[in-house]
Design a protein around this ligand. Structure first.
Ligand code: KG4
Ligand code: ZN
Length: 337
């Protein structure tokens, strides 16, 4: 069975093929040009997806030694994401499904991230604690199966990745912020500034907007604009901010591990590529004697391999989507219990 996956929710166009359970192609085209605008420009993103999606499908087929007619199921991200960007991949996938007379499966992007650990050789084991940290979401989930997900907590304001991006902007580090903060933080002292992490009524929820504001206040109170922060101070701010995100994620993870019996932990999403977060989560897992799965970088950021995999599991569970399926900007409730 050959599964074609298409991802176009934000600034990566990606096409993947899973052929008889093996990932034979995972091509990712990143729209780097957004960096000069300091963030993703939705309309430019849609146009870039439109230009690249067909060449990527052709390359993925070639790389997998397949023809279009060999594809059995077509999957595409349906949301959440930028509506215009989503429309490109989704409409293309539906068109292919119609012309090839093959089933179409709409995939929730967050569910794609959530199960991306299964793309690794050493896979998560159910039930697992899923931590999805991306540019748009921060979720703590109890995952019992491919169709049973219980939400324990989420961010009440900014997502973890969003906080990284905004703080990077304050520090003049450019977009995307996560990797740049990580680089600066590697040269800084994480204990230098004790940035606060929010304590909420709901024990598994997160809030990063107060942290973001305290970084802003610190910069305003101590420096005359972001351009005038000496390099070592900038590195210390980056390291101390990153440390606060690490503490928030690890605090809620520990709470969940104290209260729920799981067999493994799976960290996923673009922010899961962060080395400090990976190290802390690996320590937490070891303390609780749990296996932890962190996808390799290619599968942390947006990619179609995770969409093809999620689509395959949905298809195996009996789900297909009809061709009137519309993109949705928010989180689907379908598999959440
Ligand atoms: O999952 P993703 O590629 O896209 C969304 O679904 O949002 O996540 C993108 C986010 C961005 O906010 C980016 O700054 C962040 O992931 N990110 C990182 C790192 N690499 C990417 N954040 C912290 N450390 C990193 N190394
Ligand atoms: Zn994503």
């Amino acid at each position: 069975m050959n599964i074609l996956g298409i991802e176009s929710s934000c600034d990566e166009t990606s096409v993947a093929i899973i052929s008889n359970e093996y990932l034979t192609a995972n091509l990712i085209s990143s729209q780097d040009f957004h960096s000069k605008y300091g963030g993703v420009v939705p309309e430019l993103s849609s146009r870039a997806h439109l230009q690249i999606v067909i060449p990527l499908v052709k390359d993925a087929l070639k790389k997998s030694g397949l023809n279009l007619n060999d594809i059995d199921v077509i999957c595409s991200t349906a949301g959440p994401g930028l509506i215009g960007a989503l429309l490109v991949g989704l409409t293309f996938a539906k068109g292919l499904s119609f012309s090839l007379k093959k089933p179409f499966v709409a995939v929730n992007h967050i569910e794609g991230h959530l199960y991306s650990g299964f793309l690794m050789e050493d896979k998560p084991e159910f039930p697992f604690l899923g931590i999805v940290v991306s540019g748009g979401h921060t979720l703590l989930l109890l995952v019992e199966s491919f169709t049973k997900i219980k939400k324990l907590g989420s961010t009440v304001d900014d997502a973890a990745g969003e906080a990284f991006d905004k703080v990077a902007k304050m520090l003049g580090l450019g977009y995307p912020g996560g990797p740049n903060i990580q680089k600066a933080a590697a040269e800084g002292n994480p204990e230098k500034i004790k940035f606060p992490i929010a304590e909420l009524k709901e024990p598994y929820n997160f809030s990063f907007s107060g942290l973001k504001t305290s970084v802003l206040r610190y910069i305003q109170n101590n420096f005359d604009g972001s351009k005038n922060i000496p390099e070592q101070d900038l590195n210390d701010i980056a390291a101390s901010f990153q440390n606060a995100v690490v503490r928030a994620l690890s605090r809620n993870t520990v709470r969940a591990l104290n209260n729920f019996e799981v067999n493994s932990i799976s960290l996923a999403g673009g922010v899961a590529a962060n080395k400090a977060i990976q190290e802390e989560m690996t320590k937490v897992a070891a303390k609780f004697n749990k296996k932890i799965v962190i996808p390799r970088a290619e599968f942390c950021g947006d990619n179609a391999a995770m969409i093809a995999f999620r689509g395959l599991k949905l298809f195996e569970a009996g789900y297909t989507s009809n061709l009137s399926y519309s993109p949705f900007p928010g989180l689907s409730k379908k598999h959440f219990v």
